[in-house]
Write a protein that binds this ligand. Sequence first.
Ligand code: ZN
Length: 73
Amino acid sequence: MRGEETEAERRRRWIEREAAKTQPKTMRCSKCGKEVDEYMEIAGRVLCVDCFLLEEMEERGAMRMPGEGSGSG
Ligand SMILES: [Zn+2]
């Protein structure tokens, strides 16, 4: 009785490891609902890159409140 694992066992272990490695980790954007494998996590929310940039722009826009209402356009 040998303490070595059989080839089948070794193969199975390898496949399991490879499967875990290559499994794409996709998340669903909490804003637009798009499934993305590249995402940002902000305050527990998952945002795709597009929504992240949008939120950032909105945040910057909100910080610069248009105080004067004298807009010529
Ligand atoms: Zn999104």
